[in-house]
Write a protein that binds this ligand. Structure first.
Ligand SMILES: Nc1ncnc2c1ncn2[C@@H]1O[C@H](COP(=O)(O)OP(=O)(O)OP(=O)(O)O)[C@@H](O)[C@H]1O
Length: 652
């Protein structure tokens, strides 16, 4: 007999929901594990049986799913705690802008047989182990192309790279026609289709960073700076501005990498410092031709050069000429005599004409079809049946099947824009979060910890791109603390009241927010989480859910590895005392954090306090400006070089 899952984890040292709801928790838990066979009920009472887990994203987990009463697990359920912003954004994007009808209409209008735009099948909320979760149901696709990229020794066949570019430009054109940008294209977010003809079409997934693009002036937004996946984040996204050209730029960086060439900022190992990556990208896009020459010593692929040159000349609010871009790649395919039809080929041919600098190191066969064999074998005969109803008091208030006024797919009308504004990220309190991929060993133990920065009001006017280093390889100089830019002072902790940038009239001109010093404190989380520079991982610098809650207890062992000569304030908020068995423990010589409630403490203070008897639920770290810092740590004149941060979730 199906039963509702409402069980609270035994011994959970829960933060009282009320209290937690009042304040923004800075911790973002991974979802509770869903057992195979669990049945989730969506908002219109459709029922979905959970199958095997098929992917773990930054915050959520993806399960194969099948409609109750059917046999095929041809859907997926993406599930995250209600407090997590990205799924909230993704769900709303799908509900409002990517209905199946809209996609069909776009395909018809543009004469496309297929379009790599996913859609939503259902959505709802569910109470899992006493914690409210949000879930969406989507069609199930095949393998993501990062698998082939890795199997091939970090490259894809040139023809396939151009075909993928054309397909992704189609998706961009659709998405941009709704007023949104994707902002996080990467191989891991591109999935092959399934079934007959599925191997010919790639789908762009993960709309957790979707946001309205700007059509007016260019206003950097410190709350959103550097959002995305650091390798591919566009120059505009480094400034916190969503633009259409940014999507095209992100695609360009990916294309280079798929051709087997390391991006300059990867080669230079700059990923840990977003401002350095930003500067390198500015330099690159200021002189695309010569940088490409150094990246492709055997000859720059003309299509890549033409595309990136075109992108580099786009104004921030200009509508890209998608057709022109597609033609660049179509012409390249013609010249290579490669058809733009049939299954995408992922096997590297020994005679591949790739003009890249890396040797071919194919490691075995990369399939050209979506790998769904295991999934297809799943049947709906699970004996474990748990039924989780969509919560009645779900505050999403969104039902994809509620009638909504039709919109034009091509150009968003003012009415649609107004509607879209309702879910505009800019209208919601910003909470800085990190999206972290859990480790294979303990996927649920990752959490985000936030670094509070000095007030963003202190930001200084940005440095113009003209002063950028001419070479992307040249390392950025180090600014004195007093010269730090807003980017450098950017925090990962802020409230809804974060002020707008002081320099608003920046027009189309890009501004490089200073040199790379800033929050250069690299914080390592045990077992393997770090605040900055996590290659390949999406980072969200804001969160859109107003009141994220956590009723978990976490143990923190702090060891700050502060690079450069930084003074850091560690601010620990205690939520609740728990028995001594579940206390924060001191580890080695590290300053264990268990200080008084709400105190801003240095590690030194924290260590001196009643450490070891209080778990903490929120930790803020902030760098202070040398001797002007108010804490003991700064007056001591020494960097608080305590070791790395351990964030551990208690098992209940
Ligand atoms: N519709 C789908 N069909 C099949 N697999 C999927 C689907 N959606 C996602 N996946 C798998 O799950 C992985 C994570 O999905 P997704 O990127 O949407 O999660 P996320 O939490 O947003 O991750 P990220 O940390 O990259 O932002 C994908 O790389 C893919 O392998």
């Amino acid at each position: 007999m199906p039963r509702a899952v409402k069980t609270k984890a035994p011994g959970a040292a829960a933060v009282p929901a009320k209290k937690a709801a009042g304040k923004k928790s800075k911790l973002y838990a991974m979802p509770e594990k869903l057992k195979e066979g669990t049945v989730l009920t969506d908002l219109i009472k459709g029922q979905w049986r959970i199958g095997a887990s098929i992917g773990i994203g930054g915050f959520g987990e993806i399960y194969a799913a099948c409609r109750v009463g059917e046999k095929n697990y041809d859907a997926v359920v993406k599930c995250e705690p209600h407090g997590n912003g990205p799924l909230f954004v993704e769900m709303h994007f799908y509900l409002r802008n990517a209905k199946l009808d809209d996609i069909k209409e776009f395909k018809q209008k543009h004469g496309l047989k297929s379009l790599g735009m996913p859609y939503i099948l259902a959505n709802g909320s569910a109470d899992i182990n006493g914690i409210k979760h949000r879930f969406i149901v989507m069609p199930r696709y095949g393998s993501d192309i990062s698998k082939f990229y890795v199997e091939n020794g970090k490259r894809l066949p040139e023809g396939t790279v151009y075909r993928l570019a054309i397909q992704m430009l189609d998706v961009y054109e659709f998405m941009h026609s709704t007023g949104y940008v994707h902002a996080d294209l990467k191989a891991a977010n591109i999935l092959l289709g399934t079934g007959k003809g599925g191997g010919a079409q790639a789908y762009l997934v993960d709309f957790g960073l979707a946001s309205h693009y700007v059509t007016g002036e260019f206003k950097p937004d410190p709350k959103k700076m550097h959002n995305g996946t650091i390798e591919y984040t566009s120059r505009d996204a480094h400034m916190g501005v969503a633009t259409r050209r940014a999507d095209l730029e992100i695609l360009g960086y990916n294309l280079i990498e798929w051709l087997g060439v390391e991006l300059p900022w990867v080669k230079e190992k700059l990923l840990a410092v977003p401002t350095k990556v930003q500067k390198a990208k500015e330099s690159f896009m200021l002189d695309v031709s010569s940088v490409l020459k150094s990246l492709f010593p055997k000859g720059v692929p003309a299509a890549i050069a033409d595309y990136l040159k075109y992108v580099s000349k786009l104004a921030h609010n200009e509508a890209p000429d998608y057709g022109k871009c597609r033609n660049i790649f179509l012409n390249a395919l013609k010249q290579m005599k490669i058809s733009n039809a049939g299954d995408l080929e992922f096997k590297l041919k020994p005679t591949s004409s790739n003009n890249n600098s890396s040797p071919e190191k194919s490691k075995g066969a990369a399939a050209s079809k979506g790998g769904r064999s295991k999934a297809a074998a799943l049947t709906a005969d699970s004996s474990v049946e748990e039924v989780i109803e969509a919560s009645d008091e779900d505050d999403d208030g969104d039902n994809m099947f509620e009638p909504e006024p039709r919109k034009k797919p091509a150009k968003p009308s003012p009415a649609i824009r107004a509607k879209q504004k309702k879910i505009s990220p800019t209208r919601r309190p910003a909470i800085k979060v990190e999206r972290m991929k859990p480790s294979p060993t303990s996927p649920r133990k990752r959490q985000a910890v936030h670094i509070a920065s000095p007030s963003p009001r202190k930001r200084l006017p940005a440095v113009s791109p003209g002063v950028s280093s001419p070479s992307p390889r040249k390392r950025a100089s180090v600014a004195s603390p007093s010269q730090r830019s807003p980017t450098q002072k950017r925090s990962r902790t802020n409230g809804p009241s974060t002020p707008k940038p002081t320099s608003s009239a920046l027009s189309d001109k890009r501004q490089t927010p200073g040199t790379a010093n800033g929050l250069n404190a690299k914080i390592n989380f045990s077992p393997s989480v770090s605040v900055r520079g996590r290659p390949g991982k999406t980072v969200v610098n804001d969160d859109l859910t107003p009141n994220p809650r956590s009723n978990k207890t976490y143990e923190f062992n702090f060891e700050l590895d502060v690079s450069m000569d930084a003074n850091v304030i560690v601010n620990v908020k205690r939520k609740k005392k728990v028995p001594p068995t579940t206390t924060a423990k001191s580890q080695g010589s590290s300053g264990s954090i268990g200080g008084g409630s709400g105190d801003a403490r240095t590690p030194k203070h924290a260590a001196a306090s009643n450490e070891g008897d209080t778990p903490v639920t929120r930790v803020n770290l902030r760098k202070v400006d040398g001797e002007t810092g108010t804490s003991a740590s700064s007056s001591s004149g020494r960097s608080p070089r305590t070791p790395a941060v351990t964030v551990r979730k208690y098992k209940h």
